[in-house]
Design a binder for this molecule. Structure first.
Ligand code: GLN
Length: 463
């Protein structure tokens, strides 16, 4: 991912990107293409290079932003109707850092509205199609990001991962995706989903590119108090034990696709040949991760989405006539009823329910306790192994429409990805070939907090 070889120019890279975006329009990847600005920035970068100035380590590299990254010069609607007319007064720290390093934003890519989903079917703009099969989902919620990279519209894309939204679409489309340690990268200027789980990460075609992007974007930001000091620096955790674990309960799961299982077993065999000790880990509390996630996450979603009231952001209802309600009550009620997708509403209702007095102890508090046990189980595992090799999701990309009317079936997609977010540890999804029917297969490597750099390196060796 460099322009350093000087065999090309930023303008020609941007033009090639625009051409690919045009050619792949039927996949419904981009929700906004920033053509003029991209061409203008490319010309500026070429000029800088010609003048012998430092144009940055990402000079001229086209990239896409998941549309929940806010920006002052293009719409950032999180693929949600309620944000369609919203123009942000701020830019995300991550996009600013990438552009400062010379990368060129080509526009915004599709997601499940507010990142609620595992298929990009919950988008106000309709679903993005899988890179390899028009009848299958792209995965989600960062489906647009994954397909944009898989089909070479851009060299990398940003994503956010609250319960698997980077890793699952990465694995469904045969690309790399990182969910970094919680707090590694600033979330300032990214629409919040569930703040104790949300992280920012990337999609690329190689481990080296992930490493480069982490080095550009990780680190403390005074605008996001959860960011960690000295990330990607002297406190990096090394993987020195030469020992890799796998989760017994995942391998024995009847839901696990046989080709994914075989791919995982063959990677373990490869590691063994290289001298790694392979350890079977029993992690029984992971059984509760999905239930805990679908309590904690909606609870945080309900409070984060309470700010969308038709007064301060984006879409506002025009339906303000009623016999028995005040115009203000109607403004709130109808803006939210018309502006949120069904899945957003479902989460707001679940979230308010689990937080309500009388149910708080039974649901939210219990889920918080389960989360602590899951954190401890990972800590225990990482005393014994450097990293855990795991499926990302139990199956390859499923069919469009297959799970939309069954929310529990959709949630079950996340059973192997959400434990990582609950524990705040990093994981890298990487491609491991194709199924017999030609669908990409992916695995993830999960490591202890701050092992991101070494995890990326190992995943590159394994892919
Ligand atoms: N699929 C998960 C959910 O719908 C994760 C989404 C995400 O990571 N943004 O909650």
């Amino acid at each position: 991912m460099k322009l350093a070889d000087k065999t090309t120019t930023a303008v020609s890279l941007v033009k090639a990107s625009l051409k690919r975006i045009e050619e792949t329009q039927d996949k419904n990847i981009f929700t906004f293409v920033d053509k003029e600005r991209a061409l203008k920035r490319a010309a500026e970068i070429d000029q800088k290079i010609q003048n012998g100035e430092d144009a940055g380590c990402l000079a001229g590299v086209p990239f896409a932003l998941k549309a929940n990254f806010l920006s002052t010069h293009r719409p950032a609607d999180a693929s949600a109707k309620i944000l369609t007319e919203f123009l942000s007064p701020i830019d995300s720290t991550t996009a600013e850092k990438l552009e400062k390093a010379g990368a060129i934003c080509m526009g915004c890519v599709n997601l499940d509205a507010f990142a609620h989903g595992s298929s990009t079917e919950n988008s106000y703009f309709g679903p993005t199609k899988n890179a390899y099969d028009d009848e299958r989902v792209a995965g989600g919620s960062s489906g647009g990001s994954a397909v944009a990279v898989a089909l070479d519209c851009v060299q990398f894309a940003t994503g956010s991962d609250t319960g698997g939204s980077i890793r699952q679409p990465a694995s469904f489309n045969g690309v790399f995706g990182i969910k970094p340690t919680y707090g590694a990268i600033s979330r300032y200027g990214v629409v919040a989903m569930a703040s104790s789980l949300d992280v920012i990460g990337f999609f690329t075609k190689s481990a080296e590119d992930l490493d480069l992007l982490m080095s550009v974007t990780a680190g403390q930001d005074p605008k996001d108090q959860t960011t960690l000091p000295d990330f990607y620096g002297t406190d990096d955790v090394a993987l020195k034990k030469k020992s890799i674990g796998y989760v017994k309960e995942f391998m024995e799961s009847p839901a696990l696709d046989s080709e994914i299982k075989t791919a995982l077993e063959s990677k373990l065999a490869e590691l063994k040949k290289q001298g790694y000790k392979i350890v079977e880990l029993s992690m029984p509390t992971l059984e509760y991760a999905l239930a805990a996630y679908y309590i904690i996450q909606p609870a945080e979603v309900a409070s984060n989405l309470s700010r969308y009231d038709g007064v301060r952001y984006g879409f506002r209802t025009e339906n303000l006539k009623s016999e028995d309600k005040t115009p203000l009550d109607l403004l709130f009620e109808n803006t939210r009823s018309e502006g949120f997708m069904r899945e957003n509403k479902r989460r707001i209702m679940i979230g308010n329910f689990v937080l309500s007095s009388g149910f708080y102890d039974a649901y939210f508090l219990k889920a918080a306790k389960a989360r602590t046990l899951i954190i401890q189980e990972f800590e225990k595992a990482f005393k014994e192994v450097d990293a855990i090799l795991s499926p990302v999701s139990p199956n390859p990309a499923f069919r469009l429409g297959e799970k939309v009317s069954d929310p529990v079936a959709m949630y079950l997609e996340d059973v192997m990805s959400v434990p990582v977010n609950l524990a705040g540890v990093p994981a890298v999804a990487f491609p491991v070939g194709k199924s017999k029917t030609g669908l990409p297969l992916g695995l993830q490597l999960i490591g202890p907090r701050r092992s991101d750099k070494n995890l990326i390196k190992l995943s590159g060796e394994l892919a």
